[in-house]
Design a protein around this ligand. Structure first.
Ligand code: EZ4
Ligand code: CO
Length: 402
């Protein structure tokens, strides 16, 4: 089953997506998401200039061999651009394999371990009242888990606060937006936010919060400790993970569960955190951490340390990635939760898909392969537009982690 054609489709139905489409000699095609938010065209060039010439004529069934060839064969290992490209190829090959055998991908991964995939939605508000209302709205839609982010008094724009209740899209076309940051104001505010949210929503709903890499380890330790009475499902990206030992400091001070990994691109980014039992949820995604083949290895190692998965699933991961995540989540034993931000209607039209939402959970559907396609004619109506993620500056103008 030789690969005879490979192309990269770049489109922007509301936001930019890069999609790899591989076609075999039998006419089966497979898709892989290759979107790296804000740096999209670097992956396009990597695929078109360096990867696609190696794929033509290869046997599409040799998924692991192709992964190793692209990873080891480049000599230069890891990094977000390389690993996003490898992920796209891997995902497209799993899609092809499922279609060739006539089974959904989750059957290839070991079959269902559960009935469906619990997801969390994003509630955000300009202030506490607004955030509480948004969280209540998600609960009314059937969500069992809600991530809550709110504007902080005295700060102009912070991470996670969108322009409408159901949509949140951080990247902006043209120029990077600049937001303000003060760890002091944030730390004084968040415990008050969650005291209110927990009181209004009751004890049953899972509450999550994304710190988005903005605190030092000792600041994150303080936040985790002060949030303990409100029983969070997790505190995400409490501190930048380049310094993995920082997580030990947080861990020593708080029982608030810790989630990390959306910017990781290989098992080597997770290994010390897993082995040291410093985290509770690993958030690596299909699109940025080497595809289903590599994600499977990460999940298996995590299982040894009682760490569950909680895959990144923001809208900058296309429906192709979301579908792949859902097959994976359904199959692996140590699944925890899946992030789910609804895509825009334009995006859903460009990527028709078999997955569906019901009662706070997603189900990938039972179509052969991933169960997602791309309408190339429609995609062509939404041309790429350069966009940047925001940057944050402290009140004195110093660049900070957004
Ligand atoms: O900011 O995917 O948990 N979700 C997140 C996301 C990230 C974006 C960056 O492209 O942190 O909203
Ligand atoms: Co996050």
């Amino acid at each position: 089953m030789k690969i005879v054609d490979a192309k990269v489709i770049v489109c922007s139905p509301g936001r930019n997506f890069v999609t790899l489409k591989l076609t075999t000699e039998d006419g089966i095609h497979g898709l892989g998401d290759a979107t790296l938010n804000g740096r999209e065209l670097a992956v396009v060039a990597y695929l078109e200039e360096h990867v696609i010439p190696m794929l033509i004529g290869r046997d599409a069934r040799r998924i692991e061999d192709t992964w190793q060839l692209l990873y080891k064969g480049a000599y230069w290992r890891r990094g977000p651009v390389t690993m996003t490209a490898v992920s796209a190829v891997d995902c497209a090959l799993w899609d092809i394999q499922g279609k060739a055998l006539g089974v959904p991908v989750y059957q290839l991964l070991g079959g269902r371990s559960r009935d469906d995939v619990m997801v969390y939605g994003h509630a955000n508000g300009a202030d506490i009242d607004d955030a509480v209302r948004a969280a209540q709205h998600y609960v009314s839609l059937g969500y069992k888990a809600v991530r809550v982010q709110s504007g902080v008094p005295g700060l102009k724009g912070v991470y996670g606060v969108g322009r409408g209740t159901m949509s949140y899209e951080p990247a902006e076309r043209g120029k990077a937006p600049e937001l303000e940051w003060s760890s002091e104001r944030y730390l004084a505010f968040v415990p008050e936010l969650f005291a209110r949210v927990r009181r209004e929503l009751g004890p049953d709903v899972h509450l999550l919060h994304d710190v988005h890499h903005r605190l030092t380890p000792i600041e994150a330790a303080r936040l985790g400790k002060e949030l303990e009475p409100h029983h969070l499902f997790w505190m995400e990206d409490p501190t930048p993970a380049e310094l993995q030992d920082g997580f030990r400091l947080i861990r020593e001070h708080t029982t608030t569960p810790i989630a990390v990994g959306e910017v990781f691109n290989s098992i080597h980014d997770c290994e010390a955190l897993l082995r040291g039992q410093l985290i509770d949820y690993i958030r690596t995604s299909v699109v940025h951490a080497g595809g289903l083949s590599h994600l499977r290895k990460i999940a298996h190692v995590a299982e040894l340390y009682h760490v569950k998965t909680g895959a990144h699933g923001a809208t900058d991961m296309s429906p192709v990635c979301l579908a792949a995540s859902l097959h994976f989540d359904l199959a692996i034993h140590n699944f925890g939760i899946q992030e789910y931000m609804r895509h825009s209607d334009d995006t859903d039209r460009v990527f028709p898909h078999a997955y569906s939402f019901n009662a706070g959970a997603l189900y990938p559907g039972d179509k052969p392969g991933l169960g997602v396609d791309i309408d190339e004619t429609l995609a062509a109506h939404h041309p790429y537009e350069r966009a940047y993620l925001p940057v944050a500056r402290k009140l004195d103008g110093t660049v900070h982690s957004w």
